[in-house]
Design a protein around this ligand. Structure first.
Ligand code: OAD
Length: 251
């Protein structure tokens, strides 16, 4: 494969001392995980987020919400990282080996970046495999799906268990969001990869990087609201462009 890549980007990435990467559902698309907003195939084309991804939806119909996440958990458990995830692991290894900083900020809850081997990573929207109590908030260990949803085993709690993901109307994990803001302001190059760049506050991170004079690189087969602001908008699949980029610099 020979994807034309801007020489100025290759030059900048081969010298950058601080790189931040924001990923979205598109990075996992080539692993077989559906995205959210694509017209025919996205999850939000078939389901309404307000029925499945809000605290109110869980309150009204915990069984429906639990079972939808159980379906997604099973789906994610069957797939693995793709060459896009692997290329980000390599990029991190090369940048940190020369003393640079690399921060991966993901909106994905599928854990595939961890599975691929990325190290310095913040999961902004949680992780679908982690389960917590909707009442006491404590992470549930060794829970069994005997009820739908199961109950919290903490002494005296008995609350309903839920996935440890961020629903619409909920706050992002404070530490991860703070680290993301710092990385966006400190980086020399900011990548926005496989995200529609529509969901806040993650969608503001590339703009913060621009405010701090970073180069903005977008990788996406489709244009997004961010495309006109990008210094380099690489139109295509992350599983093809990222390996090519890494190969051209460090191959
Ligand atoms: P979206 O579904 O909104 O956007 C996915 C993006 O990936 C689109 O812009 C696609 O064009 C792009 N895409 C598709 N295939 C790709 C590929 N092979 N390589 C690169 N890009 C590709 O997903 P997100 O932006 O991640 O939140 O959505 C953000 C949040 O909205 C999600 O984290 C989720 C959702 O509701 C919560 O659940 C809280």
């Amino acid at each position: 494969m020979n994807i034309p890549l801007p020489v100025a980007l290759i030059q900048a990435l081969s010298e950058a001392r601080a790189v931040a990467v924001l990923t979205g559902a598109g990075v996992s698309a080539e692993s077989g995980v559906p995205t959210f907003r694509e017209a025919q195939t996205g999850l939000w084309a078939e389901y309404r987020p307000e029925d499945l991804a809000t605290p109110e939806a869980f309150h009204q119909n915990p069984q429906r919400v639990w079972e939808w996440y159980q379906w997604r958990r099973d789906l994610v458990a069957k797939v693995g990282p793709n060459p896009g995830h692997d290329a980000l692991v390599e990029m991190e290894a090369h940048i940190t080996a020369r003393g640079g900083a690399f921060t991966l900020l993901t909106q994905n809850v599928d854990g595939l970046h961890h599975q691929a081997g990325s190290q310095h990573i913040y999961e902004l929207h949680g992780n679908i495999q982690r389960i917590k109590c909707a009442q006491c908030g404590i992470e549930a260990q060794g829970w069994t799906a005997d009820e739908s949803p199961p109950r919290c085993q903490q002494l005296g709690c008995n609350g309903l268990l839920r996935p440890d993901v961020v629903w619409f109307g909920e706050s992002l994990p404070q530490r991860a969001l703070q680290a993301a803001i710092e990385a966006a302001h400190a980086c020399e190059i900011f990548f926005s990869i496989g995200t529609s760049a529509l969901v806040q506050p993650a969608a503001s991170l590339p703009l913060m990087a621009l405010e701090s004079d970073a180069l903005l690189v977008e990788i996406n087969p489709q244009p997004t609201p961010l495309t006109p602001r990008a210094d380099f908008a690489l139109q295509g699949a992350s599983g093809e462009i990222l390996p090519e980029l890494v190969e051209r610099i460090w191959g």
